[in-house]
Design a protein. Structure first.
Length: 133
């Protein structure tokens, strides 16, 4: 089920429907949280970051990205399939626009969140993006 949802999200993303892609990933994230699988939760959070960047949700993308990277997960390298499938270059470009001081501040702020809080934040970002369209 996990891979099927990611494939569906990837298909939506490839078609430029970033809202549908993010919503699909959020549904998977909710499933991971419900069963308490932290590893799969991290894997589900990864694609959300560049999708939020594509949706113009700068702050959400940067905060969730910082949280993920604080945990040693770096899904935004070119050799990672997530990078290509979910437009990781957009997130990397966004992240590179902020100073090292801003990154440090984001890392500290990100640590105030748990996985559920990040899911809620991402869902708010997707709704906000939809409302603007």
């Amino acid at each position: 089920q996990f891979m099927a949802r990611l494939e569906l999200a990837s298909s939506h993303s490839a078609q430029g429907d970033y809202t549908a892609a993010a919503t699909t990933v959020l549904d998977q994230l909710d499933s991971c949280l419900a069963i308490g699988d932290r590893s799969m939760t991290l894997q589900a959070l990864g694609p959300l970051v560049p999708l939020l960047a594509k949706l113009g949700e700068r702050d959400g993308a940067l905060l969730i990205g910082a949280w993920i990277e604080n945990r040693g997960v770096v899904p935004y390298k070119e050799m990672n399939p997530t990078y290509v499938r979910f437009h990781g270059a957009d997130y990397v470009a966004l992240r590179n626009t902020i100073s090292s001081e801003e990154r440090t501040a984001l890392a500290l702020r990100a640590d105030e969140f748990d996985e559920r809080g990040l899911a809620d934040l991402a869902r708010q970002c997707v709704r906000s993006s939809s409302d603007r369209r």
